[in-house]
Write a protein of this length. Structure first.
Length: 232
C-alpha cells in the first residue's frame, strides 16, 4: 500500500504554488518506511516549488527502496543463522546499536541475537573490554587492530556461536587520514576459533555511512557462514 501511494504521489502532476498537502500525503504514505525526520518535512515548510517537491519525492522513493533492500538482507541474515543453528553477539562502535536494532525489525530475532555492546567511546573500549590505551593510541580506535581486539573480547560478555565487531569513521573530526578517510569501516568476525576481517569505504552523510556499515556487516557474516558451511 505504501509503495502504491508513493508512486501515485511521485508521478502526479505537481502544482506551481505552495504544496504542503502534497508533502503531507507523501510523508504519510512513506511513514512506515522512512525515518521520522522526513515525516517532519510536511510541517516545517509551508511553501515549496514544483521542483523542490519533485526532488523531495525522488529522495523519499530512494529511501523506500533502500529500506526494502535492508529488510530483505536482514531476513537473509536471520534465516542463515537459523538454518545453521547459530547465535550472534555484536560489538558496535560506528553503528551505535543500529545493527542490533535492525535485526529486531523482522521475525526471528530472539532465536539468533544474544546481545550487542555499544562501545562507541574509547573509554568504553578500555573499561568494559579491557583494550589498552596504548593500543588505541598506537592504532586509533577506528582500526583493524582495535576492531579485532573488540571481537576477541566479546566471548567474555556473551555466549554465542559467532561474534562480530564494527568500527569506523562516519563523520570528520576523528582519526581520519589520507589513507583512512571518512567513510572507512572496519569489520571483524570471530567464528569457530578463527578471525575474519574486512575493510570498506562508503561515501555519504553519517547516517548513510552507518546504514551501509550495517549492510556490509550483515553480508560479511552471511558470506563467512556460507563459506564455512561448504567446507564441512
Amino acid at each position: 500500500m505504501a509503495i502504491a501511494c508513493f508512486l501515485l504521489v511521485t508521478f502526479l502532476p505537481l502544482p506551481d504554488l505552495s504544496v504542503p498537502s502534497f508533502l503531507s500525503c507523501m510523508a504519510f504514505s512513506t511513514l512506515s518506511c522512512a525515518p521520522f525526520e522526513y515525516f517532519a518535512i510536511a510541517f516545517n515548510f509551508s511553501k515549496l516549488t514544483k521542483k523542490q517537491c519533485l526532488v523531495c519525492a525522488l529522495n523519499m522513493r530512494h529511501i523506500l527502496l533502500i529500506t526494502t533492500s535492508m529488510k530483505r538482507l536482514t531476513n537473509r541474515l536471520i534465516k542463515t543463522l537459523q538454518q545453521n543453528e547459530l547465535t550472534l553477539a555484536l560489538g558496535e562502535s560506528i553503528t551505535c546499536g543500529l545493527a542490533a536494532h535492525q535485526l529486531n525489525t523482522v521475525k526471528g530475532t530472539m532465536d539468533v541475537l544474544k546481545g550487542s555492546l555499544v562501545c562507541y567511546h574509547p573509554d568504553t573500549k578500555m573499561h568494559l573490554l579491557g583494550i589498552s590505551k596504548r593500543m588505541i593510541d598506537t592504532y586509533t580506535a577506528e582500526s583493524k587492530e582495535v576492531t579485532e581486539a573488540i571481537v576477541k573480547r566479546l566471548p567474555k560478555l556473551f555466549e554465542a556461536n559467532i561474534y562480530a565487531a564494527v568500527t569506523g569513521l562516519a563523520a570528520p573530526g576523528g582519526s581520519e587520514t589520507k589513507n583512512k578517510p571518512v567513510g572507512t569501516v572496519f569489520m571483524s568476525l570471530y567464528y569457530k576459533r578463527k578471525l575474519y576481517n574486512e575493510k570498506k569505504l562508503f561515501r555519504g552523510n553519517p547516517m548513510h555511512v552507518k546504514k551501509k556499515a550495517c549492510e556490509a556487516l550483515y553480508e560479511f557474516i552471511i558470506k563467512t557462514i556460507n563459506a564455512k558451511s561448504k567446507q564441512l
